[in-house]
Write a protein that binds this ligand. Structure first.
Ligand SMILES: Nc1nc2c(ncn2[C@@H]2O[C@H](COP(=O)(O)OP(=O)(O)OP(=O)(O)O)[C@@H](O)[C@H]2O)c(=O)[nH]1
Ligand SMILES: [Mg+2]
Length: 438
C-alpha cells in the first residue's frame, strides 16, 4: 500500500462572512484531502484584509508554515484558495515540499476516480486546462506530460515545446469530447422516441444522490461517505410506474467554487441534465449550511444553463434529525423551496411518497389556468416560473393575476386560486404586462 501523504492545510480568511464560514470550508478541505488519500497533520489559518501577491498569505505566515511543515514532516501543503503560478513558485522556494491549491486537489480526486473512458477524457482535459497557464519550466507535473523531462527546469525552448504539446492535446481531447456529446445527444433522442421520461438527481457532493437512486430503483450503485463517489452518470429505470417508462440519472456532485475547468470539461455528461423532464435537487438536510449549498448548486446549474427545468427539492438524511427538529423548520422550508419533500434514503422514510411525487410531476398534461393571487403572496409563487410557464402577469387591485401553463399535479393545488375570486366578482381588469418584483 502506498504511504498516505501528510498534508498541512492553509486558509486565508478575507471575507466578512459568518464567523464559522472558515470552519465549514476548512472542514470541507479536510474531507477533500482525505478523499484524495491524504492525511491532514496540521492547519494554518490567517485572517487578513488582503491577499499577498507573492505568497497569498503574508510572508511572516509563510515562514510559520515552513516551520510547521518541517516539524510535522509534511509532504505537501494545500491552499484553500487558488494560487497563481508565481505564488506556487515562491511558496515552493520558501516553504519547500509540494504546494497545491484546492482546484488541483479536486482535479486529483477526479483523476483517481474517473473510471469510464468519457470520464477520463473529461478529467484529462480539465487537468491540461489547469496546467497550461501554470507551466513554469519546473515542477513535478511535467515529468508525466512532457515525456521524460528531468527534475530540474528545462530551458525556455523546452517549455515552449511543452506548451505546444499541451495545446495540441487539449485540441484533440476537445474534439473527442465533442464527438461524445454528439453520441449522447443521439442516445437521448432515441430515448425520447421510445417514450422514456428522464429524471436527473443533482446536488452537492455527498448529499445522497446515489443512495436515493438505489432506494428508488433497488439498484446497487456505489455510495460512499467521501466526496465525489460518482463521476459517471448512471442510468436506472424506475419501477412501478403504471406503464410509464421513467429513467433516473445519477450525476456527478457539485461543490462550492467548482473549478471552472471541471464545469467545462464535464459539460458532456452534465448535458444529460439539461434536457431531463424533471430534476431532483437532493439536499443533505443534516448539514447546518444546507441553504448555502442549495444556493451554490443552483448557481452552478445556472452557469451550465440548466434552468427552467421543473424540479423537486429532496431534503435527505432526515433520520439524522429528531422529529421535533424536523417539525420546527418544515413549514418554513416548504415555503422557501417549493415543492419540497423530506426523506431518508437510509431508512426508506417517505421514499414511496417521493416516487409518487415524481410520477405526478411527470404526469405532464399541461393545464392552462388564470390565477388570482393576493399581491403579498405572489413572491412565494415564484416556483411557477420553474415548474411551468408564466404566460402573462397583470396587477388588479390587491391581486396579481397570472396566466400560467402547468402540469395537472400543480394545477390541482392551485385550484383555490382560480375560479373563486372571479365568482365573487372581486376582479376588475386593469392590465399591466409586467413581471412581479420578488
Ligand atoms: N444517515 C443517512 N446517511 C445517508 C442517507 N443517504 C445517504 N447517506 C450517506 O451519505 C453518504 C453519501 O451518499 P452518496 O449516495 O454516495 O452521496 P452522493 O450524493 O451520491 O455523493 P457523490 O456521488 O459523492 O456526489 C454515504 O455514506 C451514505 O451512506 C440518509 O438518508 N441518511
Ligand atoms: Mg454519488
Amino acid at each position: 500500500m502506498t504511504k498516505r501523504e501528510k498534508a498541512i492545510l492553509v486558509n486565508l480568511e478575507l471575507s466578512q462572512g459568518a464567523s464559522n464560514d472558515g470552519d465549514i470550508s476548512m472542514e470541507e478541505l479536510c474531507l477533500l484531502t482525505e478523499t484524495a488519500g491524504g492525511e491532514v497533520v496540521g492547519m494554518i489559518r490567517q485572517k487578513s484584509g488582503k491577499m499577498d501577491s507573492a505568497y497569498l498569505i503574508g510572508k511572516g505566515k509563510a515562514q510559520e508554515l515552513k516551520a510547521a511543515r518541517e516539524e510535522m514532516d509534511a509532504d505537501l501543503v494545500i491552499f484553500n484558495q487558488e494560487l497563481s503560478p508565481t505564488q506556487i513558485r515562491n511558496l515552493e522556494n520558501l516553504v519547500g515540499g509540494k504546494i497545491i491549491d484546492r482546484t488541483a486537489l479536486i482535479l486529483d480526486i477526479f483523476a483517481q476516480r474517473a473510471l469510464s473512458r468519457e470520464g477520463r477524457l473529461q478529467v484529462e482535459l480539465a487537468q491540461l486546462r489547469y496546467l497550461l497557464p501554470r507551466l513554469t519550466g519546473r515542477g513535478a507535473y511535467l515529468s508525466r506530460l512532457g515525456g521524460g523531462i528531468g527534475t530540474r527546469g528545462p530551458g525556455e525552448t523546452q517549455l515552449e515545446i511543452d506548451r505546444r504539446r499541451i495545446k495540441h492535446k487539449i485540441n484533440i481531447l476537445s474534439k473527442e469530447i465533442k464527438q461524445l456529446k454528439k453520441h449522447r445527444k443521439l442516445h437521448r433522442e432515441s430515448r425520447k422516441e421510445k417514450g422514456f421520461s428522464t429524471v436527473a438527481l443533482v446536488g452537492y457532493t455527498n448529499a445522497g444522490k446515489s443512495s436515493l437512486l438505489n432506494a428508488l430503483t433497488g439498484a446497487q450503485v456505489f455510495t460512499e461517505d467521501k466526496l465525489f463517489a460518482t463521476l459517471d452518470p448512471t442510468v436506472r429505470a424506475l419501477n412501478n410506474t403504471e406503464g410509464k417508462k421513467v429513467l433516473l440519472i445519477d450525476t456527478v456532485g457539485f461543490i462550492r467554487n467548482l473549478p471552472r475547468q471541471l464545469v467545462d470539461a464535464f459539460s458532456a455528461t452534465l448535458e444529460e441534465t439539461r434536457e431531463t423532464d424533471l430534476l431532483l435537487h437532493v439536499v443533505d438536510f443534516s448539514r447546518s449550511d444546507f441553504r448555502e449549498l442549495i444556493a451554490s448548486v443552483e448557481e452552478t446549474l445556472q452557469k451550465m444553463e440548466i434552468i427552467n427545468r421543473p424540479r423537486i427539492f429532496v431534503f435527505n438524511k432526515i433520520d439524522l434529525l429528531t422529529a421535533a427538529e424536523l417539525q420546527i423548520c418544515r413549514k418554513k422550508i416548504e415555503q422557501e423551496y417549493n415543492p419540497a419533500i423530506f426523506v431518508s434514503a437510509e431508512t426508506g422514510k417517505n421514499i414511496l411518497s417521493l416516487h409518487e411525487m415524481i410520477l405526478e410531476a411527470l404526469a405532464g398534461n399541461l393545464v392552462r389556468l388564470t390565477l388570482f393571487i393576493p399581491y403579498h403572496k405572489w413572491p412565494s409563487f415564484s416556483y411557477l416560473y420553474r415548474q411551468g410557464k408564466v404566460l402573462k402577469v397583470r396587477y388588479c387591485g390587491e391581486y396579481t393575476v397570472a396566466d400560467v401553463e402547468i402540469s395537472e399535479h400543480y394545477a390541482k393545488k392551485l385550484l383555490p386560486f382560480t375560479q373563486e375570486k372571479v365568482n365573487k366578482g372581486i376582479i376588475t381588469t386593469h392590465e399591466q404586462d409586467d413581471k412581479p418584483s420578488p
